[in-house]
Structure formats: structure tokens, C-alpha cells
Design a protein around this ligand. Structure first.
Ligand SMILES: Nc1ncnc2c1ncn2[C@@H]1O[C@H](COP(=O)(O)OP(=O)(O)OP(=O)(O)O)[C@@H](O)[C@H]1O
Ligand SMILES: [Mg+2]
Length: 589
């Protein structure tokens, strides 16, 4: 449902209506300026939107559109607080179909920047105003086409306190690109172009086709793997693309949900997605989705939070069912719901003692390069270990060591002179890799395994920006990754510690987690965090079957760590049941 730009003029709201609006600080960072200005341009019915940024928006944000524009009186009025053309009275709040409605954004932005607005409702003469810190400096006319252009320079020049709280450049640009990516998909008929410091970051053609927009933003490869879904009810329509269960991410950052063209977060829709993918995706993995939910504006409330990023539905249950059923149906139709025979096959594969590559099960759509990498790994030493213990501070763990076996594909059971030892295989391996990465084991080089065929990693813009920034750190943990133009990277080698794991998948997970850590209120990930994330992603997982030799090697390496009993967060790695304890339990003592 696309907001029809109203020919209404900009007018001050009455005090009662003002009080009904969920107000708050709307301009806290460059990304929020971009968001407000892009929303205004979309509300004005633009089909072409150019966004130009300098220094991640700190120095300059220029947004030019071909929408309905404003006349001289409107331009003056829009600079006033609570002046809007989009609603007239409190009742209108109940059925808002535009992205903006508070009449707050423009005056807020103008008051903390050097602000230039030029606009015209017809080709010919544009009215141009210039403000500094909210004070009008000049009013002039210049020639130009119908539409609006707003330039925001030196954001927060007059509020140094806010400047201090801005995040790193990579984080800020990531947030801006992430936001525009969402709008480019929500408005596929609008051609977006984003240029940052002279480089094109996002470019869509405005084809009107959602699939094309998804491919233009997330890349062809990802878009091509997704499944279409659509359903309709009496007062709503749902359509979009969802990823098959094997194409998942460790965060929800790639779940785009639009309600009446507005990117939102809603618990109801998230819960419905979780339900639909239940038993299909591994725990803590999230499918990628782009879902458009168009619903009668009477049935949804957008006036819930100051940033308008949350909505409430009048019939939450209906919305929940519609999404769950549509998604489930699409997966079934595309043959992506595993049937009983497949599950049985998978279980048998896991039981096979020679089966050391459990990723084969989850990586249904592995590319041929990855497939051959896995095969080459399997042919060679299936379990390449990372550290050679130079000292063994916890030798008692090895005293009389006899590996008994693996329980639940998750715990290693062993006997030592101290008793029966139960080891959490994931935490243990994580500990070993972590100490190796942070150099506790000395400065010897991280072992790398060259890939037989280099693999390409395609990312979306915001992830690519962040990875470029952290490329050295990521290579320092054992990847051999280089820039390959645009949003592509070429992976030539992977940490030997990965053994049979799909290196691309591990890398993708790592990047997703970097993005998740870098975004929001948190600062850029530190080297220490990258080590922690990497060791978690590289380690064997609960559920990975291990051979006796692999388990023994893991215990030997664990005994060489600083503390084989507790992980840095205080989680136990090893539980020991002494012989006396067991004897007591059986009333033999
Ligand atoms: N790019 C644009 N093209 C045409 N008109 C615009 C544009 N940007 C702003 N306006 C006009 O200026 C008015 C004020 O904009 P502003 O963003 O401050 O408030 P709003 O969009 O009405 O509400 P909100 O504060 O929720 O964004 C809008 O209602 C609209 O009429
Ligand atoms: Mg607005």
C-alpha cells in the first residue's frame, strides 16, 4: 500500500493533537537524519531519490527527490514545529497511511545543523531557504525542476555533546545503508542511489518488482535462493520472499518486515516466523525474509513509538496465523520441508562412525567449491588440530586418560586417575582455539589451509563496509580473504582449525555477528571480541559426532590450556565425578 501524496498544504497542528503524538528525540545520529528525509521524500510520492553522503553523513547529507514539492508558504511552514501536511487532527492518527505525521523532523534537523532546503511544485523557480542552528540566514529563488532537495551540513555543529556520542564511521554508514536497503525493498518502484564519499553504495533501478529490488540490494545469489510467498485475506495482503531453511543467519538483522510500506519490528510477526521455521532451522539461526504486509490502516496502530518503528495490530492472532500459514505453505510447496525419510537418512549418516562432516546435513545448497573443499578435507586428516602443547599445566587431566566415548554427540566421556570426566566438547574446543588465537600459546603462526578453489563471498553493502574495516583482524584469525571489488571478497584460505566446516558459512556467520555487535548502541567489536566470536564459530558444536582419536586430541589440547575446567565466562568445561563420589552414590562407602 503506497502512501498517496496529499495535495494538502502544510499547517500547524492544534495543541490537543500535538499531545496525542508519541513524541521523542528524532535526531540522534546521521542515520536518523537520513531516515527522516528519505521518509519525507517517499511521502511526497517521489520515484527517484538521490542520497549523497560525506564522511558518513557527519559532514554532509544531501537528499534530492522528484516528488510533489512545496511552494514558498509550505517551505516556511514546514520549518515550524508541529507543522505537517499529513494529518489535520487527532482522529487522523487512527488511520495514518503516510510515513511521517508529527511535523517534527524538519525543524529538529534544522536546529542542529547548517540546513538548506530548496523546493518547487512545478518546474521553473525553486524557493531556497538557508538556516544555521534553526535560524534563517537567507531566502532566495533559483531555477530548478519540481521536487525537493535538502542539504544537511555539519550535523551537531552547535551541540558538541551529541558529537561525542556518535559511533565509529563504519557503524554509522552501516546503519544508514541498512536502513536504505529496507526502504529500497519496501518501495521497489523508487530508484534509489546512495553515494558515499564519491562511491556508489546502493543503486536500484526502481523497476517496481520486489524480486529485482532484493537482488539489487542483497545480491543475485541470495535473491535467487529465496522462495516466493503470497496470501490474501479480507482486509490484508501478504507477499514477499523467504529463505529456505538451510539459508539462515545468526541474527534477525536480515528479517525485513514492512507494514503498509513502513519497515517495522513487531513481536507478532517475528513470533510467527519463528513458528513457521520451527524444527526446520537450527536453534539460534534465523531465516532471511522480506515480507510486505498490507493491511487496512484502521487495523494497525503506528503511533506507538517515537521512531514509528513499532506497530500494533488490532487482531494480533489473525496476523500471526496469516504469516505462519503463508510461510509454512511456501516452504512446503517449494519442497523445503524435510519429510520423515530425509530425517531418517540424516540420523543414519550421523550414526556412521566415519561421518565427520556434519555440516553436510545443514548445508543442503552448498556450492560445488565448498563441496569439493569438504571432500578434500575428508580425504586428508579429518581433524586438523591447532595447538601443539608446549607445557601441560593440567597434566592430571591426562593421567591415566582413557576416552570412553561420546554422549548425545555433545559430551566426551573419559576416565582419568581422578575419576570419570565429562567434557562439554564445544566449550572445550572453543577454549583451545581462543587461547591459540590470542597468543597464549606463543607467537607461532596461525595455521591456514588453502582452499582448492577460491570461493567468493557476496555481502550486502553494510556488511561489506564493516568487513573491509576489520579485514586485518579477520585475516589474523586464520582466514585468507581479500577484497574483490564492490561487495565481493575472495576467500583463498581458511583456518586449519575449521577442519571439515564450510569456511564460507563460518565466515558469513562471523561477519553477521560483527555487524550485530557493531550496530545499535554498542561500539565496534574489539580484537578480543573477534577472537571470542571466531573461536565460538570455529569450534565443534554440540551435536557434532567425534571419533575417539578426535576426542583424545581435544582432551590433550585442553589440558594444555590455562584453565581446562572453566571457560572465561565461568561456564564449566569439565565435570569430574571422583570414584568416591560414585561409590557413595551406590552406597558402597
Ligand atoms: N521532500 C519533501 N517533499 C515535499 N514535501 C515535504 C518534503 N519534506 C517535507 N515536506 C513537507 O514538510 C512537512 C514537514 O515535514 P516533517 O518531516 O517535519 O514532518 P512530517 O513528515 O509531517 O512528520 P514527521 O515529523 O513524523 O516526519 C511535511 O508534512 C511535508 O508536507
Ligand atoms: Mg517527516
Amino acid at each position: 500500500m503506497i502512501a498517496v501524496p496529499s495535495p494538502q498544504r502544510v499547517q500547524l497542528l492544534d495543541p490537543h493533537t500535538i499531545n496525542q503524538i508519541a513524541a521523542g528525540e528524532v535526531v540522534e545520529r546521521p542515520a536518523s537524519v537520513v531516515k527522516e528525509l528519505v521518509e519525507n521524500a517517499l511521502d511526497a510520492g517521489s520515484t527517484r531519490l538521490e542520497i549523497e553522503l560525506e564522511a558518513t553523513g557527519r559532514r554532509k547529507i544531501r537528499i534530492s527527490d522528484n516528488g510533489i514539492g512545496m511552494n514558498e508558504a509550505d517551505v516556511r511552514a514546514c520549518l515550524l514545529r508541529h507543522a505537517t501536511s499529513k494529518i489535520r487532527a487527532a482522529e487522523d492518527l487512527l488511520r495514518v497511511s503516510s510515513l511521517g505525521f508529527r511535523g517534527e523532523a524538519i525543524p529538529s534537523i534544522a536546529s542542529v545543523s547548517r540546513f538548506t532546503l530548496s523546493s518547487a511544485t512545478e518546474d521553473g523557480a525553486r524557493f531556497v531557504v538557508r538556516l544555521e542552528g534553526g535560524q534563517t540566514q537567507s531566502e532566495t529563488w533559483e531555477a530548478g525542476p519540481k521536487g525537493t532537495e535538502i542539504t544537511v551540513e555539519d550535523l551537531f555543529f552547535n551541540v558538541p555533546a551529541r558529537l561525542k556520542f556518535l559511533k565509529s564511521d563504519g557503524t554509522e554508514l552501516g546503519a544508514i545503508l541498512d536502513f536504505i536497503s529496507k526502504y529500497a525493498m519496501a518501495y521497489p518502484h523508487v530508484a534509489f542511489s546512495v553515494i558515499h564519499d564519491g562511491q556508489v553504495q546502493i543503486q536500484t533501478t526502481g523497476s517496481g518488482d520486489l524480486f529485482t529490488a532484493v537482488a539489487e540490494v542483497w545480491g543475485r545469489e541470495t535473491a535467487g535462493a529465496m522462495v516466493e510467498t503470497a496470501t490474501e485475506g479480507p482486509r490484508f495482503r501478504l507477499d514477499g520472499f523467504i529463505s529456505p531453511p538451510h539459508l539462515t543467519r545468526p541474527t534477525r538483522a536480515y528479517q525485513y518486515v514492512f507494514v503498509n510500506g513502513r519497515p517495522v519490528r513487531t513481536r507478532t510477526l517475528t513470533a510467527a516466523l519463528d513458528q513457521a521455521y520451527r524444527d526446520l532451522t537450527p536453534e539460534k539461526r534465523y531465516p532471511m525474509v522480506v515480507l510486505r504486509f498490507d493491511i487496512d490502516p484502521d487495523l494497525v496502530d503506528v503511533n506507538v513509538s517515537p521512531t514509528k518503528s513499532e506497530v500494533k495490530f488490532q487482531y494480533e492472532g489473525m496476523v500471526f496465523d496469516a504469516v505462519r500459514t503463508a510461510v509454512r505453505g511456501a516452504l512446503l510447496e517449494a519442497g523445503m520441508m524435510p519429510d520423515a525419510a530425509h530425517i531418517l537418512q540424516a540420523n543414519q549418516a550421523i550414526q556412521n562412525p566415519n561421518f565427520t562432516l556434519p555440516q553436510v546435513l545443514t548445508g543442503v545448497g552448498l556450492s560445488s567449491e565448498v563441496g569439493s573443499f569438504l571432500q578434500s578435507q575428508a580425504d586428508e586428516d579429518p581433524f586438523v588440530f591447532v595447538s601443539q602443547p608446549s607445557k601441560t599445566p593440567f597434566a592430571e587431566l591426562l593421567n591415566g586418560l582413557k576416552v570412553i566415548g561420546q554422549a548425545m554427540n555433545t559430551f566426551i566421556l573419559a576416565e582419568t586417575a581422578r575419576g570419570l570426566v565429562i567434557i562439554d566438547q564445544h566449550v572445550a574446543h572453543e577454549r583451545v582455539i581462543y587461547e591459540y588465537l590470542c597468543g597464549v600459546k606463543g607467537k607461532h603462526a596461525i595455521e591456514r589451509q588453502p582452499l582448492l578453489v577460491p570461493a567468493t563471498l557476496e555481502l550486502d553493502r553494510s556488511a561489506a563496509v564493516l568487513l573491509r574495516e576489520q579485514l586485518d583482524e579477520v585475516n589474523a584469525v586464520g582466514f585468507d580473504l581479500e577484497e574483490f571489488g564492490g561487495e565481493s571478497f575472495l576467500l583463498r584460505g581458511a583456518p586449519a582449525a575449521l577442519r571439515g566446516k564450510d569456511p564460507l558459512r563460518v565466515l558469513r556467520d562471523l561477519v553477521d555477528e560483527l555487524v550485530a555487535t557493531g550496530g545499535g548502541k554498542k561500539p565496534v567489536p574489539t580484537r578480543e571480541q573477534i577472537w571470542i566470536m571466531s573461536s565460538c564459530k570455529m569450534a565443534v558444536k554440540a551435536g557434532d559426532p567425534l571419533s575417539l582419536a578426535e576426542m583424545e586430541k581435544l582432551i590433550v589440547d585442553l589440558a594444555a590450556t590455562e584453565n581446562p575446567y572453566l571457560c572465561p565466562h565461568g561456564r564449566p568445561i569439565t565435570v569430574t565425578l571422583a570414584k568416591e563420589d560414585l561409590l557413595k552414590k551406590f552406597y558402597r562407602l
